[in-house]
Write a protein that binds this ligand. Structure first.
Ligand SMILES: *[C@@H]1O[C@H](CO)[C@@H](O)[C@H](O)[C@H]1NC(C)=O
Ligand SMILES: *[C@@H]1O[C@H](CO)[C@@H](O)[C@H](O)[C@H]1NC(C)=O
Ligand SMILES: *[C@@H]1O[C@H](CO)[C@@H](O)[C@H](O)[C@H]1NC(C)=O
Length: 207
């Protein structure tokens, strides 16, 4: 009978695992250890297969910390909440606490897994804020974007038309090419933009 019940319970635990938590680089995240604690236990806060931090209740002490999290992790309060400061992109993963009852051999209780994703907002840089070209000349503007995950980059022309990609090439500039060009970046977690003003010299000769 129990042989059939236990896999079912394990399946329920899988389904109850939470959705992804998105956090900005540098911010703080905490995870709750929602299990019942035995009287003496060893607690491992896990990220996948990695032991992030280990706590021994008998000593009321941290006994190990992963080098990936040195100086940035702590165990907070009676519920043994995991706190991570100064989040890094590489901190992403599946976190859960694993509690071993030291009075009972092989008795281990895991909390539900919570998935962490760490992002940065786009920052946009352009080499010029104004650029002068002679009529008939060619112009190339390259928009440099840093973000995680990567961004979709769009150039908006003075007439409102848009082109995708970080590099904008204009051939045979005319007076109609003049005005503000805007580079925008969007990675789903934030947007960034910068402007460059194009001046076309001698652009009215034909009129
Ligand atoms: C530290 O993090 C890296 C990248 O996520 C991982 O490959 C490595 O296994 C981690 N270290 C330990 C001790 O798990
Ligand atoms: C450049 O634009 C001008 C004005 O529209 C036009 O007369 C000329 O033929 C164009 N030159 C080239 C090489 O496309
Ligand atoms: C980037 O562009 C692709 C293709 O058009 C689209 O599927 C995706 O949702 C866009 N991402 C963002 C963050 O706007």
């Amino acid at each position: 009978m129990w042989k059939f019940v236990l896999p079912f319970v394990a399946l329920l635990a899988t389904f109850s695992d939470g959705q992804t938590i998105n956090k900005e680089v540098g911010s703080f995240q905490q995870f709750e250890c929602d299990v019942n604690f035995p009287s003496t236990y060893l607690l491992n806060w896990m990220r996948g297969d990695e032991i992030v931090i280990r706590y021994l209740s008998a000593n009321d002490a941290i006994t190990a910390t992963s080098a990936n999290f040195t100086g940035r992790v702590s165990i907070i309060g009676a519920q043994r909440t995991l706190g991570i400061t100064s989040l890094r992109i590489t901190d992403a993963g599946q976190f859960f606490c694993s509690v071993h009852d030291l009075a009972t051999v092989n008795d281990e209780t895991n909390s539900a897994r919570q998935t962490l994703f760490v992002y940065t907002r786009p920052t946009v840089t352009l080499p010029y804020s104004e650029y002068v070209v002679d009529a008939g000349g060619d112009v190339t503007f390259t928009c440099t974007v840093t973000s995680y995950p990567s961004s979709n980059v769009t150039w908006e022309h003075p007439d409102g038309t848009r082109s995708t990609g970080d590099v904008l090439r204009l051939r045979n500039a005319t007076s109609q090419s003049q005005g503000q060009y805007r580079c925008s970046a969007d990675n789903g977690f934030g947007t960034g933009m910068q402007y460059v003003n194009l001046v076309v010299r001698g652009g009215n000769i034909s009129s």
